[in-house]
Write a protein that binds this ligand. Structure first.
Ligand SMILES: C[S@@+](CC[C@H](N)C(=O)[O-])C[C@H]1O[C@@H](n2cnc3c(N)ncnc32)[C@H](O)[C@@H]1O
Length: 230
């Protein structure tokens, strides 16, 4: 089936190719020759404790490393559709991995009254997101953490939103499956997750084009695997 890309998604994919996939030019560490995201993944695997670091707005923000993808915001109608498909209910906790200006966590708190967390590697975007949350009067429900998504523990999340790349989704998948409780929903804007088939795909009109939202639900047997390994 032909995928109908819009220009932002195409640019995002190019950036992913440049930043995440390219073996040499932009991404390889001069010391190790390994891409930053590969280093991040191996660190994330090696250190569970690293996932529990938490920064609040009072703590100093800093550029941790180069982002894996550049910033492009999800259009408001697509944000609404992602939240609708997530079947959000009271008590849910949403995590947006790579939260940009905070629009998804802020919309979740404003529209559904749930607690939401944004994980963002770029400190300037974290500051912008915090200001946006204040303006929207949801600072009590929404928190932004200046962290690398590969070092964050998401186990409290019941809904996870992504607008990254297929490659990053695939890299995140093992930890999403092992850390999230069964029944948790994962929503990805425009990017699939390798061979894990989405259970729902919705196209959201966007001008003459459309955006695509994919939904997966964390299955029960994965949770059993997690219990087994703990
Ligand atoms: C395409 S934007 C999506 C922003 C927001 N989720 C939205 O849908 O509007 C991707 C975001 O991921 C951030 N990012 C990239 N690599 C990251 C990483 N390793 N950890 C946390 N954030 C990251 C970028 O800085 C950027 O803001």
């Amino acid at each position: 089936m032909m995928h109908h890309f819009n220009k932002f998604t195409a640019a995002l994919m190019l950036s992913c190719v440049a930043v995440t996939v390219s073996p040499v030019a932009l991404s390889a560490s001069p010391r190790t020759g390994i891409s930053p995201s590969a280093i991040a993944v191996s660190k994330a695997r090696g250190s569970a404790a690293a996932g529990h670091r938490s920064r609040t707005s009072k703590q100093k923000k800093r550029q941790l490393r180069k982002p894996d993808v550049i910033y492009y915001p999800t259009p408001p109608e697509t944000v609404d559709e992602m939240l609708r498909m997530g079947k959000i209910k009271k008590g849910d906790v949403l995590y947006d991995l790579g939260s940009g200006d905070g629009r998804i966590p802020i919309a979740a708190a404003k529209q559904y009254g749930i607690r939401a967390v944004g994980i963002e590697i770029d400190p300037k975007l974290v500051t912008e997101a915090e200001k946006n949350a204040q303006r929207a009067n949801v600072s009590q429900l929404v928190h932004f953490r200046n962290e690398d998504m590969f070092h964050v523990n998401y186990s409290e999340a019941t809904v996870v939103t992504l607008y990254l790349s297929e490659k990053l989704n695939v890299l995140l998948r093992p930890r999403l499956l092992s850390e999230l409780r069964p029944g948790s929903r994962i929503l990805s804007h425009d990017f699939r997750m390798g061979e894990w088939k989405p259970e729902q795909t919705v196209r959201v009109p966007w001008g003459k084009l459309y955006r695509t939202v994919y939904l997966w639900t964390v299955p029960i047997h994965r949770a059993k695997t997690r219990t087994h390994h703990q």
